[in-house]
Design a protein around this ligand. Sequence first.
Ligand code: BGC
Length: 820
Amino acid sequence: MTAGAATSEQEINVAGPDLTGAELTGGLNGWSTSASAGAGVEEMVLLDGPLGIVSKAMDERDTSLIMPSGTALGATWNPELVSEVGQVIGQQGVERGVSAILGPNLNMPRSPLTGRGFEMFSEDPFLTGVLGAAWVDGVQSQGVGSCTKHVVANDTETERRRMNSRVDEVTLRETYLRPFETAVRSANPWMLMMAYNRVNGTHCSQNAELISVLKDEWNYDGVVVSDWYGVDDTVAAANAGLDLEMPGPATYLGARFGEAVAAGDVAPRRLRDAVERVTRLADRTGRRSGGTATAPAQLRSQEEQRAILRKAASESFVLLENKGNVLPLDMSGIKTLAVVGPNADKPCFQGGTFATVRPEGEVVTPLEAIREAAGPGVEVLYEPGAAPSSALSLTDLGSAAPDGTPGVLLEVLAAGDAENVLYSEVRKASAFVWFGPVPGLGAGVPGRARITAHFDLPETTRWTLGAGGTGVSSLRVDGSEVLVVPPPAPDDVMGVVARADTQEVALDLPAGNVQVVIDMAFQPGRVQAITAVATPAQVRDPLTAAVEIAARADAVVIVIGDEQGSSRESADRTTAALDPADDRLVNAVAEVATETIVVVNASRAVILPWADKVKAVLMAWFPGQEFGRALASVLTGNAAPSGRLPVSFPRRDEDIPGWGTGLDSELTLDYAASEPMGYRHFQTTHRQPRYAFGYGLGYTTFELSDAVASVGSSFRRETASDGVSGLYVRATISNTGRFHGRDVLQAYAKAPGEMDFRLVGFAAVSVNAGDTAEAEIALDALGFRRWNSSGSGWTVPSGDWEVRVSRSASDEGILCRIAL
Ligand code: BGC
């Protein structure tokens, strides 16, 4: 049956149904829920997440600590540490008056091309579920809710609002719903966000079958909220079981929920269910009079918070190659160290989403941290070696407001041609988004937004200028109009905003003071945005200078990777490769230098065609704002890399699950083309990944010598939906190298008659050089279930299960058997 849907049940009340608290089911504004005096509930602030706390006003002056991205946390394989990171973001939320943080993202990177892959933990449902639950636990221990998102099959950004994920029930249950199930069962997030997309034809926010899985099967007691603007039908959403429409002002739920109940289209108990759940959230977060909030478990100083982020960053690094033990760097043998690559000086911390976080406090770049760690005895040279591949903000190019203050002048004007300026401020950004009221103007009225920037150019320079936004934008240089950009298509306004789309014009800017103005006239809308960017033409080839310093250095550290715009909300990638300029840089440096170390600052599975030509490759993901110092400590051996890949790295695009398939003419994506995904795709198609899921080196070596499966005294096999608990594998691992190190032992299981193994457990062991340790891996009870498509339920296949203990998904490891 469906969650709370109208049924034939008689609910007769002569005074009419009780509509108390209906307003609680609709948002108040962009980030707040509505209050209800009747229910004694105050407004609650819900803010993005998950990489840090975003600014409610989307204002670059509101800062917060940037956490390691989901994939980086996935690479730690360390639930305790992920929980500590959750505590840090929870505390940041408490300090900013937030009731729930919109994260974590427990979707699965079905393909490495998914635009938001950087937010996702891993390609394995068990690992994602365990780490996601740890993050939720950490956040909620601080008295702040987690809004775990996006239920479900939300791993395609192309047409994300309209596309349909066609997924069979087995795949949905065993893979895509699994992380959410684990998070609900073991950490109970106070909110769950329904995804934009359709699943098997119905939008997730209005999908009664899906919401019934959460509420009826998993007994979920929290709030089920829509993704922002993800509802389009009052009765369908209310009957399906949705509790809250965000953002506000409410269009479909709120008062309309009450009206639908009064009209008899929705059962009164459905409204009571929604009101009760929102009220429970208010209780949990201390936003109801008389309620009891959870007191923060632990408040840390900023230094302590940063120390956790630094530890998480360094534990997330995965060492993929280390030929001749070039790492850790022996600084005593290095007189000149060349650092090359754009990301050394301009690291990338996050992908492009509305959830852009502005770093708080000091940010030390990898280049600065390497300089600091190398000390005065080592000459550190730097060249970027490649130009940025996406356009830059005007402020990054040294813009000034008309009064000479660094930044741009942002103004809001009344609609029309007159100079009626309602708001004006010098800002340090050149892209602005307003959900709801526009400063000085308010909401629901037409108006104009204008950015004015001045540049002092030493000579005539060719630039490409870009402009865009939610209205008609006119771009003027020194008073002459050079570009007019039309407004977005009505059904893609959010896409244009999320992607910060611009149109461009290339032109020669004269020497001296140049004025650039973007003036955008907009109609009333739920969101307004204006974007101005620029790319200066390269005057010389950056590669040559980088190769020159690499050739004369004793060692070269190359830091390359993504930019914020390379992975983004509302747009998928077309290749898993890095920017071609990055590959060219590594190839050119490897020709002239032997001691080359490549650090990859990209938070997804990437193709590394030059990996055999360089000495070391260190995957650094988007590791948060402590990147610089964490990297320097790993490069110099103060910390050892111990991360393991949470995603499989393909050799080429053609090896990606579902390569070559996409949305059909009805915007349906058939999951059959990419399943099983992740490492199971490599197993079942007999392809070799370049680097396997679970793989990673360290500064020492390990040898696995023994593994036995055992049935513990807590063994239980009662209901199939709970799986089988009390199963363990014990393994012996020896540190055969020269340093203390941490290894991650992994257990993969295969049911009788199946083709491939799936992760069912892992354990990290720290062992001193020369020592041997015993590791016990508790196996995942739910991993022994299979969804029985014909009978619509879980079963535990009986017979001989094979359990393989290994150090990656491709490693043969040691095989044990368990009879069930
Ligand atoms: C995203 C969500 C996010 C919400 C609020 C949506 O576009 O899909 O992940 O939490 O916006 O910013």
